[in-house]
Design a protein around this ligand. Sequence first.
Ligand code: ADP
Ligand code: ZN
Length: 217
Amino acid sequence: MRLILLGPPGGGKGTIAKKLQKEFNIPVISTGVILREEIERKTRLGKKVQDIMSKGRLVPDEVIIEIARERIKREDCKKGYIFDGFPRNIKQAESLEKLNEELDEYIDYVFYFEIPFTKVIERLANRRVCKKCNTNYNLLFNAPQKDNICDICGGELYQRDDDKEETIKNRLKVFTKQTLLLKKYYQEKNLLTVIDANCSRNALFLEIKKILGGLQK
Ligand code: ADP
Ligand code: ZN
């Protein structure tokens, strides 16, 4: 099963991706997580993208497409995968399609997370992330049991560089200008399912699971 989670930043894609990974035993490919790991490890790529990401702009397509290409060819992706945060514009979507053709595989579902921007801004500003296992928390509705400590692994929580107010605005602009076009793109390919993401994580997960239920035989 191959899935794409599409939607504005802060729409809950990362959280749902992790739940789906557990449920269906297929890996999540989050380009954002991969890039942040590169920054953390201070690699050449990390240094190249750090500034771009902190400003909320998109990392160049070639870089992202190469990351996706390398990743989906790995053994653990044979049974499927969940893309979170990729593709993010038409060029990336077209590249993915070519890559899928080369590998003789296809995307089963694209889920679009529908949620008002006012909600997104509130969520992003209150988001905290575990340094170790990347689990997301929200100080408003999903706070960790102990301040700044991950419930799952005990890792330290931090606020992402791009979750500051100015950068959030820019990310939403980029989303509206580039990523939103993918809604129509996948609709025309009959792959799109729009889901209401302005609800609890559990309700959202159940809705997606119900839709995917028919696939798991
Ligand atoms: P969010 O969905 O909350 O914005 P991500 O972790 O998906 O967070 O992305 C964080 C940043 O990483 C983006 O603002 C962008 O700079 C970079 N990035 C991640 N995925 C892509 C992509 N597919 N194309 C270009 N840049 C990306
Ligand atoms: Zn953790």
